[in-house]
Design a protein around this ligand. Structure first.
Ligand code: NAP
Length: 132
């Protein structure tokens, strides 16, 4: 542990641990001791910002990973408002809340907005191949 400059277990908030990516992260081996808090949606609904704020304030987290997302891609084309809320609005709220509290956050999103022609940067122009 000392090799990494870590003297106590890292407290990690993992949101969306019931999903594919969250479940894999939950099973990862870590190079340092990690104390993972992984609420399922019934315990923490990110669409309810007050729940999120309360947990963040009480949790003493060192870092957070958000894997919760609206992932039913076909339905998202008609259920636009719900998809936008879950994939854009609430992650922004979460980023803002964690920012105030000084908690670094990782947001797992999609790379399907790029054309895949090269390893890219977030600032690259979007060009999803699914669009004509
Ligand atoms: N899977 C991949 O191969 C892959 C690859 C690249 C990027 N990604 C990105 O990674 C992210 C997660 O993808 P995934 O495949 O893990 O999706 P997933 O299996 O559909 O999991 C999404 C998770 O989000 C949770 N969730 C949905 N609404 C919520 C809410 N209001 N509050 C709290 N939790 C909520 C779901 O909870 P319930 O279980 O209760 O529904 C589920 O656990 C997405 O942004 C996706 O684009 C995934």
């Amino acid at each position: 542990m000392a090799k990494w400059g870590v003297t106590k277990p890292v407290r990690l908030l993992l949101i969306g641990s019931g999903g594919q990516v969250g479940g894999e992260i939950l099973r990862l081996g870590w190079p340092v001791p990690v104390d993972i808090v992984a609420p399922v949606r019934a315990q923490l609904d990110i669409a309810h910002p007050m729940q999120v704020t309360a947990l963040l304030k009480e949790g003493m987290f060192d870092v957070a990973i958000n894997c919760a997302a609206y992932t039913v891609v076909d339905k998202a084309e008609t259920d636009v408002e719900a998809a936008w809320r879950l994939n854009a609005v609430w992650p922004a709220v979460l980023a803002s809340e964690t920012g105030w509290l000084g908690i670094p956050i990782v947001r797992v999103s999609t790379d399907y907005v790029f054309d895949g022609s090269k390893p890219g940067l977030e600032s690259d122009p979007i060009r999803p191949l699914s669009l004509p």
